[in-house]
Design a protein around this ligand. Structure first.
Ligand SMILES: Cc1cc2nc3c(=O)[nH]c(=O)nc-3n(C[C@H](O)[C@H](O)[C@H](O)COP(=O)(O)OP(=O)(O)OC[C@H]3O[C@@H](n4cnc5c(N)ncnc54)[C@H](O)[C@@H]3O)c2cc1C
Length: 440
């Protein structure tokens, strides 16, 4: 059964989402309060894990006092979560697509199929590519990530030949098809961008999925992992163990290797890496998967809210309101609060932001002192290590008054001691619950 089929089942046949409710949202919504004269207008841009969750909870908690419009150009969001499993055919890409009908029908959200291109926060106007302008009292943007340009990957055709597959969809399918078409004995090269990037364990999980696929289907082949970072960025023990034991002789891990350009040589591709002394080393591949350095999506740059290292949008993590522009809130991977860029975290941030916005538009108190004590975001992440085993990590983040950022609570951090089939089953259940909480 596809994930979307599961979501179509009546609410009472699906269990409640225990762990997903753990974003600290102050459960006073819906209590008897003086109502506003006219519904406040909240526009949410981006129907991924951050935006869809925010739209849903603002509509649910705001009730008749709030009208919610979701702007998203695509009819369906394709989940990056579980998309590495498309590469080894454990999951079908179509099953990771989620439409917006349930958000419309269940919560009365208006969905506008368009792209946001600009905003005037003072006038409260959002400009869409079609030329329409939407009025807002509060604007939430959750546009996800963009990429630094990669020389050699200038055209859409080149980008499809060397896909990043870091936004799920056609590129994911292309990478899967190229891996399947590669002759046994071929070389796959993949790159990992400098942190912070979307999904800290994601590239290492991808390395495991590809290495496992090669081991089973193309045993004479090899995977090279070029990591721009000095070391593995998440679950280092688990992944180092997998790289050096499970995939010994099949997977070569190269730290401090930042790909700076790509070139094509007949059917083969080359990833170029600095040698540290002014020259370059070329890694030749039959299949090349380069993930360029991540930054906030273009919309965040265009709205002028990117003010953290020129890459991410600074926000007050108690409300997710931008530190650069009042009335604009930024959630999900585009934010720069110290939180990891993960779908589970985006879902968690969305609820904190929804709670703050419902309070703000109703004129209810948004008490920083209370929120500093109570705002918590959490993340669970599962990573497939082989065809049927997985690992997990679990982290809680709390507000740090010293920096105004979110900081990991070390006492609440945990990682799977071993990979297991049971973890793999939990991964599928966890993902189904997250999809449900976001899109249904
Ligand atoms: C391979 C892979 C595996 C992953 N695995 C996990 C995992 O196991 N667990 C986990 O928690 N996270 C995982 N992630 C990370 C997760 O997918 C992201 O953190 C999450 O998608 C971020 O949500 P978001 O809402 O910020 O952006 P997205 O989900 O990317 O959504 C952004 C949306 O905004 C829309 N948009 C962009 N610009 C505009 C515009 N101008 N106007 C209108 N709409 C716009 C886009 O069309 C898109 O639908 C994984 C990522 C990858 C790549």
């Amino acid at each position: 059964m596809s994930f979307e089929t599961i979501l179509k089942q009546p609410l009472n046949r699906r269990g409640f989402l225990g762990v997903l409710g753990s974003a600290s949202v102050l459960a006073t919504m819906g209590a008897a309060r003086p109502a506003r004269a006219a519904a406040a207008r909240v526009v949410v841009v981006g129907g991924g894990f951050g935006g869809a969750t925010a739209a849903k909870y603002i509509a649910q908690w705001g009730g008749a006092g709030v009208s919610v419009t979701l702007v998203e150009p695509n009819a369906r969001h394709v989940s990056c979560i579980l998309s590495n499993l498309v590469l080894n055919d454990r999951v079908n890409l179509a099953s990771l697509g989620f439409g917006y009908d349930r958000l419309k029908q269940r919560y009365g959200i208006e969905v506008v199929a368009d792209r946001a291109v600009g905003a005037d926060p003072v006038a409260g106007k959002l400009d869409l590519a079609s030329g329409i302008a939407l009025d807002f009292d509060r604007l939430v943007i959750a546009p996800g990530i963009g990429f630094d340009p990669m020389p050699g990957l200038d055209t859409p055709e080149q980008q499809m030949l060397v896909p990043h597959a870091w936004q799920a969809g056609a590129q994911t399918q292309s990478l899967r098809d190229q891996l399947n078409a590669m002759a046994d004995g071929g070389t796959v090269v993949m790159s990992i961008p400098k942190a912070p990037y979307r999904c800290p364990p994601g590239p290492y999980e991808r390395a495991c999925v590809i290495a496992d696929f090669l081991k089973r289907k193309k045993p004479k082949s090899k995977l090279v992992v070029l990591d721009a970072n000095a070391d593995i960025q998440a679950e280092p023990l688990m992944f180092r163990n997998a790289f050096t034991m499970l995939y010994a002789g099949r997977l070569e891990y190269v730290p401090n290797a930042m790909v700076t350009r790509v070139s094509f040589e007949g059917r083969r591709r080359k990833a170029w890496v600095s040698d540290g002394v002014g020259g370059e080393i070329a890694w030749t591949a039959d299949v090349l998967n380069v993930i360029p350095r991540n930054t906030a999506a273009r919309l965040a740059h265009d709205l002028g809210v990117v003010n953290v290292n020129g890459r991410w949008a600074g926000v007050n993590p108690l409300t997710y309101e931008s530190t650069a522009a009042a009335r604009i809130h930024v959630i999900g991977d585009a934010q720069g609060t110290g939180l990891p860029k993960a779908g589970h975290i985006a879902n968690s941030e969305a609820k904190i932001c929804a709670d703050a916005i419902v309070r703000m538009v109703n004129g209810w108190p948004v008490d920083d002192a209370v929120r500093m004590q109570s705002v918590v975001a959490n993340s669970a992440c599962f990573s497939p290590i082989t065809y049927d085993t997985a690992s997990w990590l679990n982290a809680v983040f709390a507000y740090d008054p010293a920096t105004g950022l979110m900081k990991r609570v070390d006492a609440s951090f945990g990682e799977a001691p071993v990979r297991s089939k049971e973890n793999y089953e939990h991964m599928m259940k966890w993902a189904a619950r997250l999809f449900d909480d976001t899109f249904a």
